[in-house]
Design a protein around this ligand. Structure first.
Ligand SMILES: C[S@@+](CC[C@H](N)C(=O)[O-])C[C@H]1O[C@@H](n2cnc3c(N)ncnc32)[C@H](O)[C@@H]1O
Length: 283
């Protein structure tokens, strides 16, 4: 009881002023080339408070000093600031929509243009979303895969997360939404973890890239940017969405997360395809 109480008091007492936030932001930008200013302050403060508690530090000035001296803590903080939680077939209804409506349409489009069907998973975390696309295509579009080449790319800013994506070994929790038959076909138990088979791993390539420069990415027919936009400030959300619009041709598809939406001038560049699943089509 005492320890729960003291933890609570420590949590409550962590206070990060805007000045401390600015100092931490500058330190990360100088030493890790990480631009914290694009993310929402409230979200950053919450994550910094978690690191401060782990370091048993409840004074922001002391934590700033620690960051200046301790390279390892800089890495840990950078990691804590980008949230990497994901799941295979996260929001299964959206994947069902891809299966029944979007992929048939995209294959037709790619075939008519005689171009590869290129897909981007933006903010791909441990690769769960990009690999889910691969599984879906192998399961339901094997005929189309024989004559249309498919390129699935995953982009994330965090190098460790991308290494985990390439390694493709997952804890049970990440497979909660995976139907048993698919799980048996594409995953091999490795102790407490599940290893994705090379058949799917080979379909995806991962790139360490900042989504703030998404307009420089290879053009694609569909971009998924789910549960990532939400951490950015509104002007930066708009910049990202305009960048995505830039790499999508007319008729290309954008998928956002359930709690994300188009903002600013990006609203003029897309039409809604499925409001429930946040699927949009480039005008
Ligand atoms: C919560 S995960 C979303 C994973 C997946 N899209 C999903 O919906 O399950 C957010 C990911 O965005 C990545 N991210 C954050 N800022 C980024 C940036 N500036 N450029 C690229 N990726 C970024 C994080 O590293 C993290 O892996």
């Amino acid at each position: 009881m005492t320890s729960i109480l003291s933890k609570h008091i420590l949590f409550e007492s962590v206070e990060i002023s805007d000045a401390a936030l600015a100092e931490i932001s500058l330190t990360l930008e100088m030493h890790r080339d990480f631009r914290m200013s694009v993310y929402k302050d409230k979200c950053m403060k919450r994550r910094i408070a978690i690191r401060m508690r782990s370091c048993r530090c409840n004074d922001a000035a002391a934590y700033c000093a620690l960051l200046r001296q301790n390279d390892h803590e800089l890495d840990l903080l950078k990691k804590a600031l980008t949230i990497h939680v994901s799941q295979f077939f996260r929001n299964p209804a959206m994947f069902k929509k891809l299966q029944t409506a979007i992929f048939p349409y995209l294959f037709q489009k790619a075939e008519a243009a005689q171009e590869p069907l290129r897909l981007w998973s933006l903010g791909c975390a441990g690769g769960e979303e990009a690999y889910s696309l691969g599984i879906l295509l192998r399961e339901f579009f094997s005929g189309q895969l024989m004559h249309t080449s498919v390129e699935i790319y995953g982009a994330d800013i965090d190098a460790d997360t991308l290494q985990a994506a390439i390694h493709a070994e997952y804890i049970e929790d990440r497979l909660k939404e995976v139907p048993t038959a698919i799980r048996e076909r594409y995953f091999i138990s490795n102790g407490p973890r599940l290893q994705l088979t090379s058949e799917i791993r080979d379909m995806v390539t991962f790139h360490q890239r900042d989504i703030m420069a998404v307009e420089t990415y290879e053009p694609c027919l569909m971009a998924l940017c789910r549960n990532t936009l939400i951490y950015f400030n509104r002007p930066d959300q708009e910049k990202i969405l305009l960048g995505i619009a830039h790499i999508l041709p007319s008729g290309g598809i954008l998928v956002l997360g359930k709690s994300e939406t188009l903002v600013g001038d990006a609203r003029k560049l897309f039409t809604m395809v499925c409001p429930v699943e946040r699927i949009y089509c480039r005008l």
